[in-house]
Design a protein. Structure first.
Length: 239
């Protein structure tokens, strides 16, 4: 029977996937605003036209996050079946996702604290962040940060639950192995039919009785056998 810690872990992995999908949808919905801000910021500078690269990076990041989410859902379903290999893969994929979430939060915090001049005639990152805050909805940054934090916590707890002793017992339960049939044992036949014994060779067929010859066979109707024919004459006949 599957322990509750494994079931809860699977639910948390699915919850993380749902949060990631919401974050991807929100990010793609604001992609146009992001492109406009960078286009205006790079206009007339050496970085003019680089807004396309920024958008490409944002789309690629969203797709990678979505792939991670789908993969964790599949692993959660396999974990419920007690397969140990998916559990190991879950730790690897979940660890990478946790690192990405931590890096994202760090960059978000660092971006808010950036205070410097841009190189050459390029607009500084501080100015770009200020324009993004003005252009994006007021709920965008708090919501995205909350989704990232909740997703990281859910993923971390899910990975810890998979390492508990009860989970280890579930994933390391002995698997039933095939055993060769023992000579003389009885194996089941077809459904509803009798069981058949295991014999070393094929069963023989009934042989004819070697002592029986042609004399044991009855003659044709109306004919008498050779043994029944008498060569003596009737004593009561003519002399």
């Amino acid at each position: 029977m599957r322990p509750g810690v494994v079931t809860i872990s699977s639910y948390l992995l699915i919850f993380y996937a749902v949060l990631t999908a919401i974050a991807v949808v929100v990010g793609l919905a604001t992609l146009g605003t992001l492109q406009d801000v960078y286009r205006e910021s790079f206009a007339g500078t050496d970085a003019e036209g680089a807004e396309g690269f920024v958008v490409l990076v944002a789309v690629a990041t969203s797709l990678v996050s979505l792939l991670f989410a789908v993969g964790l859902v599949v692993l959660a379903l396999l974990n419920n079946r007690g397969k140990n290999t998916p559990r190991i893969i879950t730790w690897v994929v979940g660890g990478i996702a946790l690192c990405c979430a931590g890096v994202g939060l760090a960059f978000s915090a660092a971006g808010s604290a950036v205070d410097g001049e841009g190189s050459g005639d390029v607009v500084s990152q501080e100015e770009i962040n200020r324009r993004l805050e003005e252009a994006l909805p007021s709920w965008y940054e708090p919501v995205t940060n909350l989704i990232t934090v909740l997703g990281a916590i859910a993923l971390l707890v899910a990975l810890i639950l998979l390492a508990l002793p009860k989970s280890n017992e579930f994933f390391r339960k002995p698997q039933q192995q095939w055993e060769p049939p023992v000579p003389g044992a009885v194996y089941p036949g077809t459904p509803g039919g009798p069981a058949y014994p295991m014999t070393p060779g094929q069963p023989g067929y009934p042989q004819a009785d070697p002592s029986s010859g042609s004399s044991g066979q009855s003659g044709s109707p109306g004919q008498s056998g050779s043994s029944g024919h008498s060569g003596s004459s009737d004593p009561g006949g003519e002399r």
